[in-house]
Design a binder for this molecule. Structure first.
Ligand code: BG6
Ligand code: BG6
Ligand code: GLC
Ligand code: GLC
Length: 867
């Protein structure tokens, strides 16, 4: 019996600063009305700044049961007439609110399919159809008007909204009119049909259908059964038929008729009028129960039915009327008590203070009804403070406000979408990125000297074969942290590799101080680790993962080409990092190491994963920075002397793609800003679109722009938002987690000093999602280029290959890996790529490279092969 009605909870969390001029249609109550609602600027509905003009249009009876299109044509013609009569310009676009008082299944504010007619409506061809679309179509058919139907709401919802403007506690809407129904604010976590679990959403109960499953059978009288049998919708709306205005008079008539037939009234006389359906109306019922004039009214009504009632007859008929209307108010009281009890339980309250907004002819015109209803509700719920507020201006005020919010949200959404559109890459654009990556790889292999993608030989000729053994020290510098590890390999026992490690943070002032300070700091960390392991005096072989571009001439030397990511220590570029580390160790003079290899983190990761999976011939880092290495045919590495033999692992340094301008067509102004304010402007352009160190900054730039445009954070650019680096990857990952409720997103943002509303949180999440999706797609496109190259190198139609992966973005972000894999799959359909996350970091790989069999140079291998 519950139907969702759109994200109305959003609206409730807003300050009512809505403004504008709206047309409104109110269809489904006793009157069909067209209205104009003006909400004056700066005042808001809450402060009474609303002007309304309305006109009631009769609906010919045959239209109620004719074709749906004709009914809606009439609605639309009436609208046009209204515009004409009120001199409202036909040239301008007018937003419109639609109160449609029937059961509709909604998936958004401006969509709703009709579940079924009720009351006196039965137009054909609309059931199951989107009513908003039907209205739009009718407006098009009428022509000559520019109308935007922005929201459709049930009358209960619109009534709750109308009353809610003056009373914050109004969280229930009740109609006791032609039909009856109630809506209330339910906790979103209980609304299965709608995503999200924070906040509340207004649920239109359609309680009129209570009893359609037989639940009220015990309470049904023969008169109820007769009313149902003679209705448009037999077996439907059972509760409504016991309660609402369309049926009360009829119930009284049937009881009076039976009593007359039994000789209990009018001396057994029965008139034709009394036999005629609809001859006693709810207005009659109200009149009969009027204080003072009730009896006289009863006599007049009965006389009008060609009856000659005695005084006793009048008293008896008045009594019948009271019993029927009392039953109605008691049933409504019981229904309301059920809703209020639920709200109270939802919120874990012992007492509840709440306001019920009410409308409908029965409630408004029956002299005793409100009093009786209030009394019984209060008796049923003595612990609740329930206030009833009559919606004196109908439901359109509320419908207009919902529409105002819908309009603002729609325009806001449009602007946010426009801002984000340059981040949404088409398939063609991704193909182009793949092609440019491929061209970059080729160029880097050919040319010595500076190319955008450096393609650095690693002097690692093959992946591990399981024969590695012994104890090694591994040092890992360049990711989020510095790590020192002790690795113990046992021959052929891949699973039993013993690892001990310790993590050290590198303070920013060290990353960006002098080279000597940086390497002294590292030496100090190693010394601490050896102390910790009790190995100060063992001269262990060590592998050094150094996650920056290094020009290598052998496995154990590497000249830093340029710093990337957050490092900028002086006097390092152009120097051999292994020598610098050796010198720092010498300066300390408290331990010694045999540094046998320096490797990039991609290479270390590939080796580490290849230890488990021999198909692993690619290493990928998606972390602070981004990079890829892969096994290239030696003959293709034209810039090196060694042009015969098998393969060598190449550290691509793909982060540099675009440094020659080749990505300028996809780079957004936000990316430019991030690049310009970085420590290496113009460098690592691909990395700046794709890796953890920069994504948060790109997001921040977009948020700044949206805030300046008034679309976010109420337009306030705060100090927090101006602070570079507030969005670390871990926050992006948390914000984008599907498991997280909006409330939690909000609390993350608040933790970052960004005071956000619920809607702000939605936008921030959308921005994060768009920026990280682009990152993953770009990496996927790059990966497609790499694996296709490997496939072509080998002249294969199809390649199975494993990519060893590491990095916080890949491992912690909820969607990055999925999008990356999907993009690679689509863009390299001839490759079957398995992504294998590295378990132990790249240090294990560095240690493997250090392990003896891999130390063999290619020449050594060839000579041993030939001997
Ligand atoms: C009106 C509202 O005041 O009350 C309508 O504007 C609503 O939206 C109606 O349907 C319900 O009462 P009745 O008595 O007209 O059915
Ligand atoms: C680690 C590796 O696990 O991941 C490092 O051991 C690598 O070598 C790092 O640099 C990359 O990820 P992040 O997120 O720390 O930059
Ligand atoms: C009927 C409709 C319902 C409406 C009520 C009051 O029960 O099905 O949607 O709210 O009448 O108008
Ligand atoms: C940067 C470095 C590169 C490293 C990558 C991932 O791009 O230049 O060497 O592999 O970050 O850490």
């Amino acid at each position: 019996m519950q139907y969702k009605v759109g994200n109305i909870f959003l609206f409730l969390s807003f300050t009512p600063a809505e403004k504008g001029q709206f047309l409104a249609l109110d269809l489904g109550g006793s009157k069909f009305k067209v209205l104009q609602v003006k909400v004056r600027e700066g005042m808001g509905i809450r402060r009474g700044g609303v002007e309304m003009e309305e006109k009631t249009y009769p609906i010919p009876k045959e239209l109620l049961v004719g074709r749906g299109t004709e009914l809606f044509d009439h609605v639309s013609e009436s609208l046009k007439d209204f515009l004409h009569e009120k001199n409202i310009s036909l040239d301008k676009k007018h937003p419109l609110a639609f109160t449609f008082s029937f059961a509709c299944e909604q998936s958004s504010l401006d969509q709703g399919s009709l579940l079924g007619w009720s009351k006196n409506y039965r137009a054909r061809g609309l059931q199951g159809k989107d009513v908003v679309q039907a209205l739009r179509d009718a407006i098009d058919r009428t022509g000559g008007m520019d109308i935007e139907v922005l929201a459709m709401v049930n009358d209960t919802v619109a009534t709750m909204m109308t009353c809610g403007f003056d009373d914050n506690y109004c969280e229930v809407g009740l109609i006791i009119g032609t039909g009856t129904n109630a809506c209330y604010m339910e906790e979103l976590r209980h609304v299965d049909l709608v995503e999200g679990d924070e906040g509340r959403m207004c649920v239109n109960t359609e309680w009129g259908a209570f009893g359609d499953d037989g639940a009220l059978d015990d309470y049904l009288t023969e008169f109820d059964r007769d009313v149902d049998a003679a209705s448009n919708n037999q077996g439907k709306q059972i509760f409504e038929k016991m309660v609402s205005g369309m049926y009360l008079g009829e119930l009284v008539r049937l009881v009076v008729l039976k009593m007359a037939k039994l000789g209990l009234l009018f001396d057994g006389h029965v008139s034709d009028a009394l036999r005629t359906k609809g001859k006693i109306t709810t207005a009659n019922v109200a009149a009969m129960e009027e204080y003072k004039n009730g009896l006289k009214n009863t006599r007049d009504i009965l006389t009008g039915l060609s009856l000659t009632p005695s005084q006793d007859d009048c008293i008896a008929v008045q009594h019948v009327s009271t019993i029927v209307s009392f039953r109605s108010s008691n049933l409504v009281a019981a229904g309301l008590a059920a809703i209020l009890t639920r709200i109270k339980q939802n919120r874990n309250l012992r007492a509840l203070r709440i306001t019920v907004g009410v409308d409908g002819a029965v409630y408004k015109t029956h002299p005793q009804y409100p009093k009786r209803l209030h009394k019984v509700v209060r008796r049923l719920l003595p612990e609740c403070h329930v206030r009833f507020v009559l919606s004196d201006s109908g439901s359109s005020k509320g419908a207009a406000l919902v529409t105002a919010v819908a309009q603002r949200l729609a325009s806001q959404k449009r602007k946010v979408d426009e801002t984000l559109s340059p981040f949404r890459l088409s398939h063609e654009q991704l193909q182009l990125v793949k092609a440019r990556m491929r061209a970059g790889l080729e160029a880097g292999l050919k040319r010595k000297g500076s190319t955008a993608i450096k393609m650095l030989p690693s002097f690692v000729y093959r992946t591990p074969d399981g024969t590695e053994h012994g104890k090694y020290l591994a040092l890992d510098l360049g990711g989020t942290n510095f790590r020192a590890l002790l690795v113990n390999f046992k021959k052929g026992l891949q699973q039993n590799t013993r690892l001990h490690h310790k993590i050290y943070t590198i303070p920013l002032e060290i990353m960006q101080g002098t080279g000597e300070e940086l390497f002294d700091h590292i030496a100090e960390c190693i010394s601490d680790f050896l102390d910790y392991m009790g190995l100060k005096n063992a001269r262990l072989p060590a592998g050094f993962t150094f996650s920056f571009p290094c020009e290598q001439t052998a496995l154990d030397t590497g000249t830093l080409v340029s710093w990337t990511k957050g490092f900028k220590a002086t006097d390092c570029e152009g120097h051999d990092v292994v020598s610098m580390l050796r010198e720092a160790i010498k300066r300390r003079n408290d331990f010694d190491l045999d540094i046998a290899a320096v490797v990039n983190d991609t290479v270390g990761t590939m080796m580490s994963c290849a230890y488990e999976d021999p198909q692993c011939e690619v290493g990928l880092i998606a972390g602070t920075g981004t990079n890829v290495c892969y096994m290239e045919e030696l003959k293709n590495i034209e810039k090196t002397e060694q042009s015969t033999g098998q393969k060598m692992c190449i550290n691509t340094e793909w982060g540099g793609l675009g440094d020659d301008g080749s990505l300028d067509d996809i780079i957004t102004p936000y990316d430019v800003e991030v690049d310009q304010t970085s420590i290496n402007p113009g460098k690592q352009r691909f990395e700046k679109l794709t890796s953890g160190m920069y994504l948060g900054e790109v997001v921040r730039q977009v948020l700044l722009d949206l805030t300046r445009g008034g679309l976010l954070f109420r337009g306030h650019v705060t100090e927090a938002l101006k602070t570079a680096g507030i969005f670390q990857t871990k926050y992006l990952s948390q914000i984008e987690s599907d498991r997280l409720a909006l409330l939690q997103v909000r609390s993350i943002l608040q933790g970052l000093g960004l005071d956000s509303t619920c809607n702000d949180s939605i936008i921030v999440k959308q921005v994060c999602g768009t920026v990280s999706r682009r990152a993953a797609q770009l990496c996927g496109a790059g990966m497609a280029a790499v694996v296709d190259k490997i496939r072509e190198n080998r002249g294969l139609d199809h390649l199975n290959v494993t990519v060893g992966v590491d990095g916080a973005l890949y491992k912690l972000h909820p969607h990055f890996s999925g999008v990356l894999q999907e993009t690679a799959r689509v863009l390299a359909p001839q490759c079957n790529v398995t992504f294998l996350p590295s378990e132990e970091g790249s240090g294990k790989g560095a240690a493997l490279i250090t392990a003896v069999p891999l130390l063999l140079t290619r020449q050594q291998e060839t000579s041993s092969e030939s001997s």
